[in-house]
Design a protein around this ligand. Sequence first.
Ligand SMILES: C[S@@+](CC[C@H](N)C(=O)[O-])C[C@H]1O[C@@H](n2cnc3c(N)ncnc32)[C@H](O)[C@@H]1O
Length: 248
Amino acid sequence: MADTRKAIENDHASRVREMFATIAARYDLLNHLLSGQMDKRWRRLVARRLRDRLKTSEAVVLDVACGTGDLSLELFDTIGVRVVATDFCRPMLEIAARKVAKASKAAGGKEAIPLIEGDALRLPFRDRSFDGVTIAFGLRNLSNVDRGLAELLRVLKPGASLAVLEFSKPVIPGFSVLFKAYFTKLLPFVGGLISGSRSAYQYLPDSVSRFPDQKELLMRMEQLGFEQVEYQNLSGGIAALHIGMRPQ
Ligand SMILES: C[S@@+](CC[C@H](N)C(=O)[O-])C[C@H]1O[C@@H](n2cnc3c(N)ncnc32)[C@H](O)[C@@H]1O
């Protein structure tokens, strides 16, 4: 039984990794285009909200499922913390590496962000290593959301916080209907056309529909041991930012 579950999870992980490898080159362009640049504001908010919870000016923050590095760079630039970034898809990390090198040069050779290839369900870090952990649009892709949350909790220091940015359920009735039409019809069409992978952009609304909504995710974080969990709807609930702390 455990072997079957493991095989299913491994198969899921391979498919997700391959999918992101296929769209890596067009990922940033499509992100900004399809969200009307809202993704940039959302990531900036994550950085600011996490900054409010950091307990030291020497903080080291881990950005999990960092992809092409946009949130890692936002943390690095906006709040000036040391950042370690990790993802299991090499083509995404290669793009992140180019952006990180550019940012580090622009910052006068400031210490760059280490980019580490690793699986979010088996992070290559010791328990209680980080002063903050972030995951943006990554949690939904894991084969097991609860195990992912437990792993993120494991690497947080006591009293440190996790910030989860993820697509969620729009909360404004008329808007929800319009957004659903956009998200399930137009987005896969345009995303497929530009990236060459219709299935990757069909996977996006499909995976969001399977992901827990705002309240359910808050409850799951609490059940797994996070404290002071709260969430904020972004752009009418298209996305949500959840923050929770590892108990002292
Ligand atoms: C939608 S992208 C988000 C990238 C980035 N965080 C952002 O804000 O744009 C999802 C990323 O999660 C990564 N990912 C999915 N499952 C993962 C896993 N099990 N371990 C590590 N990374 C994973 C993918 O490789 C991909 O780069």
